[in-house]
Design a protein around this ligand. Structure first.
Ligand code: ASP
Length: 551
């Protein structure tokens, strides 16, 4: 044990990551099989109402396929696509008002965590798994909304593995909360100290331009990689998208609305509120202005503020470094939680889709960004990745760029040797608006949904629209888990796709979120190396110019 703590931090985190995943696979909550399930279809007013009930009379699954009478063919086509066995039974004896059909081997799994209960009902559908999630916030809510499930919940929730998941999530949350605690004071002190350290606002303006250019270029490259990969692999062909899934918030969003929302967020009407609401963009904007006007104020005021903020920054860095030593425990807890609660069955259903996202992310992170590192930043990608590994692994296990920010800042500065002037500026802004992984993911997911939705064929113009909205959605997404999924509504709407399609991909969102967040943090870090390099060569040549002028 003692020697474990002597290992370098990134190895400790790596071991925690692996051990956590193995434990998660071994110590999963048990999967119950409810026994014989009867499937029944009732035809009422032209709607098909599917219901699957267990031997105990409990209803496991219900779904209504609605259509107007003139769409009767479409309705049957929908049944054929999603519930072929049901369609067959109806076609064999048309005109009846009720039918029965066979349901094969369903399994039910309970997942409990603080603030949420999920009952996952998985059954086979034409060789593919179909999943229905029943969700409630508390046992009381479950009893009220789904009373039929209470005995299952009472029986299953006694299992010790549920307790273990509960504890793991709670421990992971403590680590996450500690990180969140330092994030805001760290950004504020780091940004002001960085800006005042630049010494002039024109230098800031130049760096700002270069940073935005980097964000834009890499996000576009990421989206292009994603679009290319979807068109190569075609993951949506033949996939079953069970409709009627849950719709995640965000359907009110429009393209212009998102943009104006960003501008609104940028200027806080009440900075105290912005701080307490952890509104990153407002905090960044105000801190930069504060730094710039400190430079303008000059003299004793500037000296005083700079000294105070630098002192504050140093303390925050120390506090962060201390918390970071807990990362292996936090990562272990999160990895256990993630693997124990995500059933393998879901991965199989959506394996082609997931593979497309993985491969595209991999190409961007392991080919495109390293090339930029090598040729623009003139840095060894491997050495840089190793320096950033504590941050990358934390991003992977927490799926939050914001929560990882303290580690990103410390890794970039202490392990990769990038100056605070650059990192304090590039990283906090990047955590909010530069999300290569998210942009790529939005594009892939939406094109996948389009491929899997019958009757939809996206033209080149539509694909370009997807790419542009995906970029905007990634800028608008917050650096918190599942933010990308919420923002997807605007991309789906832009090309007229059903929002319900999100329902199916929610199931695997956590894993993909972990991967895209890692890429988001990796791109921000590479941005630091690039801007640092450009700044250094810029100031070297400026130095030369002075020398030439003197001689
Ligand atoms: N979780 C991601 C992040 O924090 C955002 C997303 O959901 O794509 O970077």
């Amino acid at each position: 044990m003692k020697s474990f703590f002597k290992l370098p931090l990134h190895y400790q985190i790596l071991i925690a990551l692996i051990v956590g995943s193995i434990l998660g696979m071994l110590l999963k909550p048990p999967v119950a099989t409810p026994g014989d399930i009867d499937g029944k279809v009732t035809v009422a007013n032209g709607d098909y109402v599917l219901e699957e009930t267990g031997p105990n009379g409990r209803s496991y699954f219900t779904r209504t396929i609605k259509a107007t009478p003139e769409e009767a063919d479409k309705q049957m086509a929908e049944l054929e696509r999603r519930f072929a066995a049901v369609a067959e039974v109806i076609k064999a004896n048309p005109g009846q008002s009720a039918y029965t059909y066979d349901v094969t081997d369903p399994s039910v799994q309970l997942i409990t965590e603080r603030g949420g209960i999920t009952i996952r009902y998985v059954r086979d559908q034409e060789g593919k798994q179909a999943i229905t999630n029943i969700k409630a916030g508390s046992p009381e809510e479950l009893a009220e909304k789904y009373p039929g499930w209470m005995d299952f919940y009472n029986r299953e929730s006694d299992d010790w593995r549920h307790m273990l998941i509960f504890i793991a999530k709670a421990v992971g949350d403590i680590f996450l909360n500690l990180l969140k605690m330092v994030t805001i004071p760290l950004i504020v002190t780091s940004l002001i100290s960085g800006v005042t350290g630049l010494g002039s606002s024109s230098q800031l303006g130049r760096m700002f331009g270069k940073t935005l250019l980097y964000y834009l270029c890499t996000s576009i490259l990421a989206i292009a990689t994603g679009v290319l990969m979807v068109n190569l692999i075609n993951p949506g062909e033949g996939a079953i998208l069970p409709g009627g899934g849950e719709v995640v918030a965000g359907q009110e969003e429009s393209l212009g609305g998102v943009f104006l929302g960003l501008v609104d967020q940028l200027i806080p009407t009440n900075i105290v509120h912005a701080l307490s609401a952890a509104n990153f963009l407002s905090i960044i904007f105000f801190s930069i202005l504060f730094g710039v006007f400190t430079i303008y104020a000059g003299g004793e005021t500037a000296a005083f503020i700079t000294k105070m903020v630098n002192a504050g920054f140093e303390v925050m860095m120390r506090m962060t470094m201390a918390i970071i030593h807990l990362a292996p425990i936090g990562v272990l807890a999160f990895m256990y939680y993630a693997t124990a609660t995500q059933g393998l069955d879901i991965f199989i259903t959506l394996s082609w889709y997931m593979l497309t996202v993985f491969l595209a992310l991999l190409v961007h992170a392991a080919v495109v960004l390293p090339l930029i590192l090598k040729f623009v930043a003139k840095t060894s990608p491997l050495a840089f990745a190793q320096a950033m590994s504590p941050a990358l692994m934390t991003a992977f296990s927490t799926a939050s760029s914001n929560a990882t920010l303290p580690l990103t800042i410390t890794s970039v500065e202490q392990r990769a040797g990038v100056s605070n002037k650059v990192s304090s500026f590039v990283l906090p802004l990047g955590a909010t608006i530069n999300m290569d992984g998210t942009a790529l993911y939005e594009a892939v997911a939406v094109l996948f949904i389009a491929q899997a939705t019958p009757g939809i064929d996206l033209s080149l113009a539509d694909q370009i629209l997807v790419a542009i909205t995906a970029l905007l959605a990634s800028v608008g997404a917050a650096g918190i888990p599942h933010a990308g999924l919420v923002m997807m509504a605007i991309v789906l709407q832009a090309v007229g796709l059903p929002l319900e399609a999100q329902g199916i991909i929610i199931a695997v969102d956590r894993v993909l979120d972990m991967c895209r967040t890692t890429v988001n943090v990796w791109s921000d870090s590479c941005g630091c190396a690039v801007i640092d390099r450009i700044e250094k060569t810029g100031s070297d040549s400026a130095g030369e110019a002075v020398l030439i002028a003197e001689t």
